[in-house]
Ligand binder design. Structure first.
Ligand code: KE4
Length: 432
């Protein structure tokens, strides 16, 4: 695979940008290779600086559910560019965005826009602590909620890959108020609540984990979280930064039939531009400045440019519900294609899929939590990853991420991907 231009650009970047990237997950360090430097995207495809073409299953790590450069998104953005990208003042598009999201999610009576998923989860926790007047929060091993101090405790995603479970710079004083629990383990969470009961301000969870590969909560675990938080007066926060408008228009909460007290968003609601949000019960949200004492602010929060990309994306999803059936059927086709290949070639692999989020784990174990995800053979993943990339298939450079299928992927892309997977897994098998 030609990489001269990518190498040249990336080497220069590494001199003045840490690791040559503005987010560690992009550095390809866990697969130990130079990342393709991307020139442009269109539909289901990425094109790098060396003229290589890829079918894209990262989709900017989730946001591009409609594919790159969707014509309607581009057209509406071009319009906003002529009228102003940010005013730092109320605009109607913020109201329309809030209406669209609150109509789509019955648990959300009020919502506040921010600029990233990290800001959304960080602020949701501050609000939960301010509302409950309690300090402790619970998160789950292998869940990643962005890089705010209270949540960078045994984070999944990049930290999991980089093997740095607790980041330096997070003080012991902050860390002591974050309790980590085992995902999908009902006894563990019950014991924690028995021990800390009224000290707990909130439980934050990825309802369908996407940062230790794809791992859904069991229904029983989901209900237990709801029951325990209600019983002890703690808030239940669903981090739907990845799953919001991805697994269904109503998010993971609509699949589980569970109403969290607060929900965090990111990715898809920005349609490829920087947007995060958090929302929930009016009674809780009104504790937020300026109506309440819990402070939060943001210069570019709700700016017309980002709102336009997000609103256009969500409106298309709302008006075309068949998109969810389509991307789910493509993901199911990929999954069954991969399954028959690993069976024929006798490769150890297990699969988790929810809607258009898919993960192939290089393990025989059924993956239900951080520990079983970690039984995956990351060397085999790395071999497979490089083989797929060389065949023009661009998946996340980590065993502990999700494959995302967009509405721009068609049968041709799915078939090409299955063929590439066969060749890649065949050469993996031959290498063992
Ligand atoms: P951002 O601050 O990166 O917008 O969102 C943080 C975040 C919060 N919650 C969940 C469930 C998330 O998945 C994320 C970010 N996801 C990672 C990849 N899985 C983003 C990729 C990156 O860090 O570059």
């Amino acid at each position: 695979m030609k990489q001269e231009r990518s190498l040249e650009i990336f080497e220069a970047s590494k001199k003045i940008i840490p690791g040559g990237v503005n987010s560690p997950a992009r550095a390809f360090s866990s697969v130990n290779m130079t990342p393709p430097v991307i020139k442009r995207g269109k539909g289901a495809y990425l094109y790098d600086e060396d003229g290589n073409t890829y079918i894209d299953y990262v989709g900017s790590w989730g946001p591009l559910i409609l594919g790159h450069c969707h014509p309607e998104v581009v057209e509406n953005l071009e319009g906003v560019l002529q009228t102003g990208t940010s005013f730092g003042a109320p605009t109607e598009i913020e109201l329309k965005m809030a209406q669209l999201i609150t109509e789509g999610m019955p648990s959300i009576e009020m919502i506040r826009m921010v600029n990233s998923g990290t800001e959304a989860t960080m602020t949701a926790l501050r609000l939960a602590r301010g509302y409950t007047k309690r300090n402790k929060i619970i998160k789950f091993n292998g869940n990643y909620h962005g890089h705010s101090d209270s949540l960078l405790i045994k984070a999944g995603s990049g930290a999991l890959t980089h093997g740095v479970p607790n980041s330096p710079g997070v003080t012991p004083e902050v860390a002591k108020d974050t309790i980590t629990a085992t995902y999908n383990d009902i006894d563990d969470i019950k014991n924690i609540f028995n021990q800390y009961s009224e000290e707990i301000a909130a439980v934050i969870v990825e309802p369908i984990a996407g940062n230790m590969g794809v791992i859904p909560m069991t229904q029983a675990f989901a209900q237990t979280l709801r029951d325990l938080t209600e019983k002890y007066g703690a808030l239940l926060i669903f981090d739907e930064v990845m799953t919001g408008f991805r697994v269904a228009f109503g998010g993971a909460q609509s699949l589980y039939g569970i109403k969290p007290d607060l929900t965090c968003f990111g990715k898809i609601i920005g349609g490829g531009l920087p947007v995060g949000a958090f929302g929930g019960k009016k009674e809780i949200m009104e504790h937020l400045s300026p109506t309440g004492p819990v402070y939060q602010a943001g210069t570019l929060s709700g700016n017309p440019l980002a709102m336009t990309a997000g609103y256009t994306t969500l409106k298309i999803l709302k008006e075309n519900p068949q998109i969810y059936e389509k991307i789910e059927s493509h993901a199911a086709a990929l999954e069954s294609g991969f399954k028959s290949i690993v069976k024929d070639l006798e490769v150890s692999a297990s699969f988790n899929r929810v809607g258009s989020m898919l993960c192939m784990f290089f393990t025989d174990e059924t993956v239900i939590d951080f520990d079983t995800a970690n039984t995956s053979n990351t060397n085999q993943f790395t071999f497979y990853f490089k083989e797929m990339l060389s065949r023009g298939i661009y998946i996340a450079p980590s065993q502990f991420e999700a494959m995302f299928i967009s509405n721009a992927h068609g049968k041709e892309e799915i078939n090409k991907t299955i063929e590439a997977a066969y060749e890649s897994l065949k050469s993996l098998k031959e290498s063992l």
